[in-house]
Each structure stands twice: as structure tokens, then as C-alpha cells.
Design a protein around this ligand. Sequence first.
Ligand code: LLP
Length: 427
Amino acid sequence: MGKGLLTNAYSYRDGALHCEDVPAETIAIAAGTPVFVYSAAVVRDRYRALAAALSGTPSRIHYSLKANGNRALLSLLRELGSGVDVVSGGELAKAIRAGYRGEDVICGGVGKTAREIREAIQARLKLINVESRAELDLVNAIAGEVGATVPIGFRVNPEVAIANAHEYIATGSRGHKFGIPRGDVVATAQAALAMPHVRLVGLDMHVGSQLATLDPYRDGLRRLEGLIGEVRRVGAPLRYVDVGGGLPVAYVAGDPEPDLDGFGSLVGEAMRRLDMELIVEPGRFFSAACGVMLTRVLYRKSSGGKEYVIADAGMNDLIRPSHYDAVHRVTAVRPTGRRVTADLVGPICETGDFLALDRDMDDVAVGDLVAVHEAGAYSYVMASNYNARPRAAEVMVDGHRFAVVTARETYDDLMRLELDDPNWRDA
Ligand code: LLP
């Protein structure tokens, strides 16, 4: 973990994994498995660490809700002072339900619908980050209908290549679908300045996720600074620079640590040069390390010389290993000291359903609990009902207390929206 970040929220006491002061076994018994567990202490610690790194800079942290939209987590971050970054009408609704006000919310997304744009305008968000000329026209038109003048930012594609990340989570390279291409920004700004219902107040970038070094931020910011100069010269009253998310999380030993001090100086110096306010949109940085997924071993078997640990969580619960080749640490909740090299797989009817492949891991027996670590971000939010599996429960831990904050889905939930008596109509 990064310098100064809490490292012992998940620890072994008397041979058993605890989250803060709560035994993982207690949670699994109370909530069943699979279950996602989140540590409030980790969220608080990381919020304070990032806020401290940014303390000399006019700035606001807008947590990227897409990483984990659990209401208890959102409320905790709100109490700490965070705003949020939303990318859909559903995320905006969740943010509002968690108590965020319009001024605490910025909104992005390459494919906002007219309805989502209208909802964002009516909620009086701090900023709508626009990603294309066509979207700009629509935002201006809808704002006109609503009778509002809307603060907007442009998400710019800074065209920065990033190393070492899975190609699905690099977003700011030339030709990606996101943002306004660098070369089109000034002309699009001139178009915005001629529109009565938008006010261009920010430029935004998000170069990618899990950024191993500060270089992509540095390169992106340099390009953004050049554009800010040009956009100001054509008359836009720019106030915000949004550098997106991307602070990394160490999933396994050797993974990059977030360099918060370096990040703070880099963005701080840029804001002083520009005399602007910073927005950051970290998602994973707050939510990944706060979470584990607990799953119970259903079976052991060997096949063709391979060992399998078959657990009750699968790719529908945690898709990152199969979708991004992500490697999550896996430990037994009560390790015996014995080791095994095995595939940890789930019950889904796909060979791509795995949580760990060829892993040297704690040997576990049927009925044992396994913890999949750093599983708080892009996990529950990406869960599906594939194979008609109800989604897992979510539990928040705070010190010696814990609560189920999202109930496990039931079979009824799986069928709730299917109509018994569909209304057939003639076309
Ligand atoms: N801002 C924008 C515009 C984004 O697109 C993202 C993430 C973030 C902020 C937050 O990025 P973070 O700080 O979490 O890296 N499902 C993938 C990650 C997808 C990231 C999408 N955008 C995964 O599990 O690795």
C-alpha cells in the first residue's frame, strides 16, 4: 500500500482473518456467502490521505461512484467531505438517495441520453462534462427547454498512451471513443461560447485506470494546460481542471503504489500556474482496498493433473479476473500452513469462470472460507445474475460493529420484473 496508508484493516488474529475487529467467519455466518465486506476504516484513511496530499490546492474530491455505488459507502464518503462523479441517471439517483446535493455532483459519460441530460440539468449539478460536439448541442437545447444556463466542462482526449494497463481500462489515447479530440477542442469551445444555455467552465481528462506512474498525469496535464490557454484566449471563463481518476491500487506484491505526495505536488503546481480549481475523480483508490469477497469452498477435485477449488462465488460476482486478467490475492480465512497450486473457480457453466488460475494458495477443504482481496472496486457493481444467480450481500464493518447494508437477492428478485400477464398489443 502507499506511503502512510492503513495496512492492517484486514489482519489475522488467533489464526483467523478479521476485518477491523470483526472475524470474517462471523460475517459469513451472519450474511451467508458469497459476501462483499467493506472496511469503513480503510475508506476514512484513504480519504484523509488524499485530502492531505491535496491540502495546499483548491480542490474537491469527487468519488467515482461507478467503482462501488453502495449507499453506506457513499454516505461515509459524503460525511468525509467527498463529492461524487456519476456517469448515468441511475448513478445520479443513487447519489441523491445517499444525500449528495447537486453542487456535490459532476457528471460524465460518452453516451448520455436526453433523459439523463435533463435529469442532470434539473438536479443543478456542479458540472456536466461533455464529450462531443453533438452532445454539446443537445445539452444546450435541453437547457434551453428547462430555462437554465448549465455549467459544463469538456472532456478532452489528451491522446496520451499509457503503459502496463489492460487495454480495456486505457481511455485517453488517440482514437479512443472518449472525449473531444485534442484538435477539435478550441473550435468546440467557440461553438459553446456562442450558445446561450451553456457556460464552459472546465476542461477534463481521464487518461486511464490503475496508472502505474505519474507520467500519464504529467503528460495529460501538459496538454490540458496548452488547451486551457487557447480556450481562455477565445473567451471561456475556465475555473475547473478535472484530472479524472486512475490512482492505482496494489493488488499483488510488486504492483504500483499510489504516489500521493508526488500526485499532490504535480497537480498543485499546475493549479497554481493556471489559477484554477482541481477536481479529482478517484474510484478504485477508495473502494478497492476497503473490500474483500468471502466465498465458501463447495468442492475440491482434480482433473487432468490440475487441482480445482470450486467455490460458491463465480464470475457473475467478481468478473475482473476473467474480464481483465486481473489478479486478486486469495487467502484462506483460517490458513493451515499447507499450500496447494490450484484454480479457484466458481459454479458458472463457462470455462472462463475463475477467480484465480494456477495459484499457489492456502490449501482449503470443503466448507472453508476463502477471501478474495482488494475486491471492493468494480466487483459488486459489475455483478450479474448469469445462471440465475442472486447477487451477493454487502456488509459494512466499522470497528467492532458490522451490518448487512445490501441484502442478498432472492429467487423472487430474479423474477420480479417478469410480467405474468404481458399486455400484447397490435402494432
Ligand atoms: N473518471 C472517469 C471518467 C472514468 O472513466 C473512471 C473509470 C474513473 C474516473 C475512475 O477511475 P479509477 O480511479 O477507479 O481508476 N472496471 C475496470 C475499471 C474501469 C474504469 C472505468 N473508468 C476494472 O475493474 O479495472
